[in-house]
Every structure is written in C-alpha cells, then in structure tokens.
Design a protein around this ligand. Structure first.
Ligand code: PGA
Length: 256
C-alpha cells in the first residue's frame, strides 16, 4: 500500500485526479471502477475540469440501493449522471451501474461479473471507505472472496447515509455491491478518505490485521493500492511520519 497524506481533501483529490488522468492518457480505452458518496465528489469535479477524453472509457460502479427507482435523487444512477457522466463525453453504452430494481438479483449479479470480465477487467478502481471499514457496500464480516451480490446494510451505514435521505427510515436496507473478490481483481486501486470520522477505519485497514471485520484491510493483499488521505483521516496512523517522508522523497521516476 502507498499511503499519501495531504493537508486537505482538495490536495489529496488533486493527486488522485492526476493518477486517473494519467491512466486515461496511457490507455484511452481504460476500464474504471467508480464509487459514490461524499468522498469522490471533489474528485469528479476535478476530473470534469481536466477535460479528459472519455469517449473510449468503460465504467463499472461499485454498488446501488435495492428498490430505489433509478430516477430517485439518491440512487447511485442519479449520483453518477449528475456528478460525472453528464459532464464528460462518455458513451452511455459504456456505463455500468448495478441495477437495484432487477427482478432476478443473482442473475443480474452474475451478468455484472461477466461484463467486467468481458471488458478485460477493471484497470483502476476508485474506493471510499465506510466508518465501519466497508468498501463498496461490503459490510464487516463480508467474505473476503465475495463476488457481486445482494448485501444488507448495517445500522451504522444506514445512519451514516441518512444525511442524504433526510431520515434513517428512508435509507434502503439492501444493496447490490461488487464483492471484495471482485474489487481485489482490479489492477490498481485508489482509496480516498477524508475527515476525522474515517480515522479509525483507516488506521485499522492500513495498520491493523487483515480481517473481514474491517473489509478494507484486505487491500493489504492488493499489489497496487494507493490510499489518498487528508490529515484528519490519517490522524490514527502510527507510522504517518514514515508515509509522509516516503511520499516527499520519492525518486523522480516514481512520481505522479
Ligand atoms: P462517504 O461514504 O464517501 O459518503 O463517506 C463512503 C463509503 O460509504 O464508502
């Protein structure tokens, strides 16, 4: 894991945007895995401002609520079109977001996995992290080998996400999410976390044991993961000084 600590979310996001921009320049037909939530909002704004060519890019989103109409303002379909897709030249046919309204969820999930494989796999996966360490909506105790499937949200996650819905009662209980095994197959992973509420989950994920109780900790097994943090999200890390030194003293050929 490469831990990149910056003073602010804006500074950490700029680095993440540069990594994605480089990926799209090096491979114009890259396959991106995308995340939703408050964390990547700045990232999408930054990517839009960079005016990159998305015409050959394919995307797969991590997750979607079950039973929420596609046009609901809090659906992840709405989120992605509102915050990224409508501002860039992506082809609609290349956008994939789990369908939370499908009649046959297992069949849909198998198809989603097949579509990812058919696209050649995910080159770069963007992740946020839940306060409970979830990635995608893989809640604590999710199988570390899981594939795309239905999951039940924890009360903590529903409480965390109530801010988007107005009340906790309106947050759906079920979601379709890429599995941890699915996420781990991405060639490169970019995890972003900002704010003091994420500090514990980040400390456990980066410096704790690998455990399904903190699903993000499995990223310790991923060969190319970069973790972009602001200072408050990094405040629980024991070795923060080392990570800062490493980043500030990267050999020229390693910088991005
Ligand atoms: P957030 O959610 O970006 O809204 O904090 C992160 C997550 O649940 O993965």
């Amino acid at each position: 894991m490469e831990i990149i600590i910056q003073p602010t979310p804006e500074a950490a996001t700029k680095i993440a945007a540069r990594i994605i921009a480089r990926q799209l320049r090096e491979k114009p037909d890259a396959v991106l895995g995308l995340a939703t939530g408050s964390t990547p909002l700045l990232l999408y704004r930054e990517l839009v401002a960079l005016k990159l060519d998305w015409s050959k890019v394919t995307t797969f989103n991590l997750d979607e609520y079950v039973g929420l109409p596609r046009e609901h303002p809090q659906s992840y379909h709405s989120f992605m079109w509102e915050n990224l897709f409508r501002h860039v030249n992506i082809a609609k046919k290349n956008v994939h977001i789990p369908d939370g309204n499908t009649k046959d969820i297992p069949k849909f999930c198998a198809k989603y996995e097949k579509q990812i494989r058919a696209a050649g796999g995910i080159d770069l996966q963007v992740l946020g992290i839940g306060t409970d360490g979830h990635i995608g909506f893989n809640e604590p105790t999710s199988s570390l080998a899981s594939r795309t499937r239905i999951k039940t949200l924890t009360q903590l996650t529903r409480r965390d996400n109530a801010r988007f819905f107005g009340s906790e009662a309106d947050v759906p209980h079920h979601v379709v999410t890429m599995g941890i095994g699915t996420i781990m197959e991405a060639k490169q992973i970019l995890l972003l976390a900002f704010g003091p509420k994420k500090s514990r989950a980040i400390a456990e994920a980066v410096e704790g044991p690998i455990t399904a109780v903190n699903p993000a900790s499995v990223l310790q097994m991923h060969p190319v993961t970069k973790v972009c943090l602001d200072a408050p999200a990094a405040s629980g890390l024991q070795r923060a000084d080392y990570y800062r030194w490493v980043y500030d003293n990267k050999p020229g050929w390693q910088t991005f």
